[in-house]
Design a protein around this ligand. Structure first.
Ligand code: MTE
Ligand code: HPA
Ligand code: MOS
Length: 749
C-alpha cells in the first residue's frame, strides 16, 4: 500500500500548521532573542517597539501567569530569559502584532545591552571547568582494568563527531486560539502533543484539561520536534491567553537554524584491548556530550549512547561513562538515533584504529566479535533472536564482498589520482523508549453506522508513514478495504497522556493499541453475526468485506453486520491501552531488560575519492536489513534510504560551526550543506533478511525509523580507507564529518 500522504504531498493539498486557514483577528508573533551567548541583561527598553503601529504587546517573563519553566527532564530552562542569557538565540520576549511585518520591524527597535560573561562552546572546556547538566552515568560489565592486563593489543584514542541540523522542511511553529471559558486550543508541529499540553498548562497557570493540542502532520521532525516544538507552541498559547486573540508563530528558517538545538556533538576517549585472536576483551569509553545550555533531552540521549556503545559486538568487559557537559549553545536535542549513532561511531573508530595499527582490515576484527545468541549487553539484557551474524554473512555473499575487496585493491594499484575505499557497518539498535514508563499508547476506534471507521491514536505522522501503518492495522483487523478507514488528527482530547512519536516505536505501541481496540469491536460484531448465522462466534471471521464462516463467505457484508449491531445497541467504539510487556530497567545498578527487541543489519559501502580535489562519490551502499516481516515494503524502504542519506550527511558534509563567542556560523543553507540528489549514493541496494520478526513488533514488522541512519557511519570509514590508500602516512583522525576539505588535508598530510 502506498503511503496515504503521498497524494496530498505531491499535489500540495496536505495541510501543515502554516496552511491552516486563519481566523478573523489573528495576530502574528516574532521571537526576540539573545544576541550574545552568555551575559547579564543590564538594560532592555521595549518602548520604541511598543509604540510602533500595529504592535499589540511585547510579552516577557513578567507576563507569565504560571511558572517560567519548560524543562522536560530537569527544570532548568526558562521560556523567556529573565536576567541572564545562556545561549545566542535564547528567547527573551515575544512581539505580538497585527501583521507579521510590524512584528518583525518592532524587533529591530528593541534596545538591549548585556554584560558579557565567558562563553563555553565545546564539551571539553565545560568538562575541564566542571560544568555539567547532571551527574555522570556509567555502565559496567565484567572488569576492564583486570582484563586490559591480559590483552595482547591495547589501543587508545580520541574521536569527535559533530552535531547535525534537523532541517525538517516545515520549520517550528504553532497556531493557538482561545475557545470559551479560558480554554486554549493549540495547533502545533510537535512530535509530543502531551509535552506541549503539559508545559503550556504549567506556563499559563491552568490545568491540563484547559489546553487542547492538535497535530495534523509534521513536515519532518527527526527528533527536533520531540521537545523543541514546545516553546513556540507555549508562546503562541500564552499570547492567545493574554490577548484573547488567535496567535500564529512560525519560525523563519534563519531563526529556526539559530534558535533550536541540534544533534549533540560528542568528544570521546576510548581504550580497546584485543587478544591474539582479535577478540575484543575490554573496552572503555569516556563520552563528553555537548549538551548545550539546558538539559532538554540530553540525559536520556546520554543514556542511549551507553546502550549502544558496543554496537553489534559482544565485549565481556566494558566500562562506559557519559558526561553531559553544559555549554553556551542552544540546548542540543533528540536526532534520529538519539545518541546511539554517537556511541557507535566511537567503537567503530576504536576497531578501525586497532586494525590500522595491526595492519589488518577492520572487518576481520568486526567479524570476530559479532554478537551471538545469549550474549549479554553491558546493560544486562541477554541478546535473543540475534540476526546480526546473518545480515553480515548475507551482505558478504549477496554483494560479492571478497571480489569487491580485490577489485578495490586492483583499482587502487592501477590509479594514482583516484582511490576507492570500502567498509562494512553492522548495526544493532534497541527498540523501546529507554525510559520504561514511556512505553505505552492508546487508540480510540469508532465504527460509524455506515461501516466507515475513524481511528485516533497518539501517533504523529511526520513523513515516516505511521498513519498508513495504523490504517493497515485497522483495515486488516476488520477485513475491510483501507478506503473505509480514516486516521484522525492526533489530539490530546481524544487520546491523552501520550508519549512522543519517537524511539522508532510509534507503530509498535500505537499499532498494538489499534489492534486491541479493533479486536474488541470485532468480537462484538461476530457475536451479532453468530446469532444471525446460527453459528459459533469462534468459527467466524471478518474478511474481504464479509463475515466468513470458516472458509465460506456468508451473505452478511461488513456494512450489514455493522448496521445490525447498531440497531441492537451494540457499542461500536473502543478505547484500548497497550503497554510493552517484559521490559524493565534498574538505574541504581544500570542493569535490566530495557528493549522489546533489537533491529539488526549490515551495510557495505564503496566510495571513490578524487585525490586531487578531496571530493568523493559514494558508488554504492549495499544493505541487508532485518525488517522482521515488513508490513509495508515501500514505506520501510523509504525509511532505509532516507535514514541512510541523513546518516551520510552527518558523517560527510554537514558541518555545524559555532564561533568562539557562541554565534552559529553555519547559519544558512549555503554554509551548511545537506545531501542533495548529486551527493546521494549512486546505488542503494536493500535486501530484506528472511526472519520471523518479533511478537512485540506490530504484525511482526520491526521498527525501522532510526536504525538505517547508522549505516551512514560506514561511509566515514570507507573514506578513511580511501585516503589511506593514497597517503600511507595518513593518521586516521576519527573526526567527523569527513568533509572534502578534511579529506584533502588528509591526502596531503
Ligand atoms: N521519517 C520522516 N520522513 N520524517 C521524520 O521526521 N523521524 C525519524 C524516523 N523517520 C522521521 C522519519 C525519527 S527520529 C523517528 S524516532 C521515527 O521516524 C519516529 O517514527 P516511528 O516511531 O513511527 O518510526
Ligand atoms: N528514544 C527517543 N526519544 C526518547 C527516548 C528514547 O529512548 N527516551 C525519551 N525520549
Ligand atoms: Mo526520534 S530521535 O526518537 O524522534
Amino acid at each position: 500500500m502506498k503511503n496515504k500522504d503521498s497524494f496530498g504531498h505531491v499535489r500540495g493539498t496536505s495541510i501543515f500548521v502554516d496552511d491552516v486557514a486563519t481566523k478573523q483577528g489573528t495576530l502574528h508573533a516574532v521571537v526576540f532573542d539573545a544576541s550574545v551567548a552568555h551575559g547579564k541583561i543590564t538594560k532592555v527598553d521595549y518602548s520604541k517597539a511598543e509604540l510602533l503601529n500595529d504592535v499589540i504587546k511585547i510579552i516577557t517573563y513578567k507576563d507569565i501567569p504560571g511558572i517560567n519553566q519548560i524543562g522536560g527532564i530537569l527544570p532548568d530552562e526558562p521560556l523567556f530569559a529573565e536576567n541572564e542569557v545562556h545561549f545566542n538565540g535564547q528567547p527573551i520576549a515575544l512581539i505580538v502584532a497585527k501583521t507579521l511585518a510590524a512584528a518583525k520591524k518592532a524587533k529591530h527597535l528593541i534596545n538591549i545591552s548585556f554584560k558579557e560573561l565567558p562563553v563555553i562552546t565545546t564539551a571539553k572546556e565545560a568538562y575541564d571547568k566542571g560544568h555539567f547538566i547532571n551527574a555522570a552515568r556509567t555502565f559496567n560489565l565484567g572488569d576492564t582494568s583486570k582484563n586490559f592486563k591480559n590483552c595482547t593489543h591495547v589501543f587508545e584514542g580520541k574521536t569527535f563527531s559533530n552535531g547535525q541540523e534537523h532541517l525538517y522542511l516545515e520549520t517550528q511553529g504553532a497556531y493557538a486560539y482561545p475557545l470559551e471559558n479560558g480554554t486554549i486550543k493549540i495547533l502545533s508541529s510537535t512530535q509530543g502533543p502531551t509535552a506541549v499540553q503539559k508545559i503550556a498548562a504549567q506556563v499559563l497557570g491552568v490545568s491540563m484539561h484547559t489546553i487542547e493540542v492538535e497535530v495534523n502532520r509534521l513536515g519532518g521532525g527527526f527528533g527536533g520536534k520531540e521537545d523543541q516544538a514546545t516553546p513556540w507552541a507555549v508562546m503562541a498559547a500564552l499570547a492567545a491567553q493574554l490577548l484573547h486573540k488567535p496567535v500564529k508563530l512560525i519560525l523563519e528558517r534563519h531563526d529556526d537554524l539559530r534558535m533550536t538545538g541540534k544533534r549533540h556533538p560528542y568528544e570521546s576517549y576510548y581504550k580497546i584491548g584485543l587478544d591474539k585472536d582479535l577478540k575484543i576483551k575490554a573496552f572503555e569509553v569516556k563520552f563528553l556530550q555537548n549538551s548545550g545550555a539546558a538539559a532538554d533531552l540530553s540525559p536520556a540521549i546520554a543514556e542511549r549512547t551507553l546502550f549502544h556503545a558496543t554496537n553489534s559486538y559482544f565485549i565481556p568487559n566494558v566500562k562506559t561513562t557519559v558526561h553531559s557537559c553544559k555549554t553556551n549553545l542552544p540546548p542540543n536535542t533528540a536526532f534520529r538515533g538519539f545518541g546511539g549513532p554517537q556511541g557507535m561511531f566511537v567503537i567503530e573508530a576504536a576497531i578501525a584504529n586497532a586494525a590500522n595499527k595491526l595492519n589488518i582490515a577492520a572487518h576481520s576484527i568486526q567479524e570476530a566479535n559479532l554478537l551471538q545468541e545469549n550474549d549479554s549487553f553491558s546493560y544486562g539484557q541477554i541478546a535473543k533472536q540475534v540476526n546480526i551474524g546473518k545480515t553480515w554473512k548475507q551482505v558478504k555473499s549477496a554483494y560479492n564482498f571478497e571480489e569487491k575487496v580485490k577489485e578495490v585493491k586492483n583499482f587502487n594499484n592501477e590509479n594514482t589520482l583516484f582511490k576507492k575505499g570500502i567498509s562494512l557497518m553492522p548495526i544493532t539498535f534497541g527498540i523501546s523508549f529507554t525510559n520504561t514508563m514511556m512505553n505505552h499508547a492508546r487508540a480510540l476506534v469508532h465504527v460509524y453506522q455506515d461501516g466507515s471507521v475513524g481511528v485516533s491514536t497518539g501517533a504523529v505522522e511526520m513523513g515516516q508513514g505511521v498513519n498508513t501503518k495504523m490504517l493497515q492495522v485497522a483495515a486488516m483487523c476488520f477485513g475491510i478495504d483501507p478506503s473505509k478507514v480514516k486516521i484522525e488528527t492526533t489530539n490530546t482530547t481524544r487520546v491523552a497522556n501520550t508519549s512522543p512519536t519517537a524511539a522508532s516505536a510509534t507503530a509498535d505501541l500505537n499499532g498494538k493499541a489499534v489492534q486491541m481496540a479493533c479486536n474488541s469491536i470485532k468480537e462484538r460484531l461476530l457475536k451479532v453475526a453468530s446469532k444471525q448465522l446460527n453459528s459459533l462466534a469462534k468459527n467466524l471471521t471478518l474478511k474481504d468485506g464479509f463475515v466468513f464462516e470458516g472458509n465460506e463467505q456468508s451473505p452478511i457484508s461488513w456494512q450489514k453486520i455493522v448496521q445490525a449491531a447498531f440497531v441492537q445497541r451494540v457499542n461500536l467504539s473502543e478505547n484500548a491501552h497497550y503497554a510493552t510487556p517484559k521490559i524493565h530497567f534498574d538505574k541504581s545498578i544500570e542493569k535490566g531488560h530495557p528493549f522489546a527487541y533489537h533491529v539488526y543489519g549490515t551495510a557495505l559501502t564503496e566510495v571513490t575519492l578524487d585525490c586531487l580535489r578531496g571530493t568523493y562519490e559514494i558508488d554504492a551502499v549495499n544493505i541487508v536489513h532485518d525488517f522482521g516481516k515488513s508490513m509495508n515494503k515501500d514505506i520501510d524502504l523509504g525509511q532505509i534510504e532516507g535514514g541512510l542519506v541523513q546518516g551520510i550527511g552527518w558523517m560527510t558534509m554537514e558541518e555545524i560551526s559555532y564561533a568562539k563567542n557562541g554565534r552559529l556560523e553555519s547559519s544558512t543553507l549555503s554554509t551548511y550543506k545537506v545531501p542533495d540528489i548529486f551527493s546521494v549514493p549512486k546505488k542503494i541496494n536493500t535486501i530484506a533478511l528472511e526472519t520471523n520478526g518479533s511478537d512485540l513488533a506490530i504484525l511482526k514488522s520491526k521498527a525501522v525509523g532510526e536504525p538505517p541512519l547508522m549505516y551512514g557511519i560506514g561511509t566515514y570509514f570507507a573514506l578513511e580507507n580511501a585516503i589511506k590508500a593514497f597517503n600511507s602516512n595518513y593518521k586516521m583522525k576519527f573526526h567527523a564529518p569527513m568533509t572534502p576539505e578534511k579529506a584533502l588535508m588528509g591526502l596531503y598530510s
